[in-house]
Design a protein around this ligand. Structure first.
Ligand code: MLT
Ligand code: MN
Ligand code: ZN
Length: 299
């Protein structure tokens, strides 16, 4: 299985357009110390020829342009992307669908709940009916978005997208609005979970034994955004479990047989983004990598 991390940052990217926090400032001034990163997306292929895009970020155009395997390669119009899968309806995971128009056929897969929010918004009709097929995925039921690639979606603790929050907001519920994807090809397994509010026993049991885990690295501590002075929201309020602190993912996934553990969807306030920071050193000492854009895995 071939995997490319197209975008390793959380919503906003790095640097974020309007942010002068120390990490965004370093990404502009010293890119060797803080690599700039685009927003959350990966591409997966069983054979290196046909690709599944998992989440369509607002930066998709740049990501495709920087990834030769995803360039058109036949006839006048073509794309190696044959299918697209969404793990939630967040802006950083769906806005790129608006770029994937222009009469290119592919299948869009998402849970009923996520697909309903796309269907309800007419701007997404730019993915023309009869060209892009929209397919509701049942939780826990394996399906094949590409020949030789099997995907099983499972709910993880989360919440509805920020743009759909209302007075009934419930955080940490396991519904079909935030899911993880177990992706399998050639007997190898990748778990992709870019958003998750809590590490549960059920999640640990599901992940045990995978060849690679790409997991929510939004915040180091629950109060990163508050410490950085850029906002008032905790990781929990945004639906993201911290790496460290009570209930943290580093401890949560410790002592499980996992081939590679890699943080993705990293917010620009997270100090692990600074290459020479003690926080980065400690995360790596605990067996985790911090993804960067273009990171490729062969599983
Ligand atoms: C998140 O991951 O919390 C969302 O992408 C936030 C947002 O929609 O900006
Ligand atoms: Mn996000
Ligand atoms: Zn910033």
């Amino acid at each position: 299985m071939h995997v490319v991390i197209l975008g390793s940052a959380a919503g906003g990217g790095l640097p974020q357009w309007n942010c002068r926090c120390p990490i965004c400032a370093l990404a502009r001034a010293e890119p060797a110390r803080v690599r700039p990163r685009t927003q959350s997306s990966i591409a997966v292929s069983p054979d290196g020829t046909d690709w599944l895009l998992v989440n369509a970020s607002p930066d998709i155009r740049q990501q495709l342009s920087e990834t030769p395997a995803l360039h058109p390669r036949a006839g006048l119009r073509h794309s190696p992307i044959r299918a697209v899968l969404l793990t939630n309806g967040d802006v950083d995971h769906v806005a790129g669908l608006l770029t994937l128009r222009e009469s290119q056929p592919y299948a869009l897969h998402a849970t009923r709940g996520i697909l309903d929010s796309i269907n309800a918004n007419r701007v997404f009709d730019v993915m023309a009916e009869g060209v892009v097929t929209r397919e509701a995925v049942t939780l826990a039921a394996p399906f094949e978005p590409l020949p030789g690639l099997s995907v099983t979606l499972f709910p993880v603790p989360g919440k509805v997208p920020l743009w759909l929050e209302d007075a009934q907001l419930e955080i940490g519920a396991e519904t079909d609005s935030t899911v993880g994807a177990m992706i399998e090809a050639g007997g190898r397994r990748l778990a992709y979970i870019p958003g998750c509010a809590r590490v549960t026993d059920a999640l640990r049991a599901r992940i045990a034994g995978v060849d690679a885990l790409l997991f929510d690295g939004t915040v180091l501590y629950d109060d990163d955004m508050i410490r950085a002075g850029v906002g008032t929201k905790t990781g929990w309020r945004m639906g993201h479990v911290p790496m460290r602190g009570e209930g943290g993912s580093v401890a949560g996934f410790q002592n499980l047989a996992i081939g590679r553990k890699i943080f993705v969807h990293i917010n620009n306030t997270n100090p692990v983004l600074i290459e020479d920071s003690p926080e980065r050193g400690r995360i790596e000492a605990d067996g985790w990598s911090v993804a960067h854009d273009g990171l490729a895995l062969s599983l």
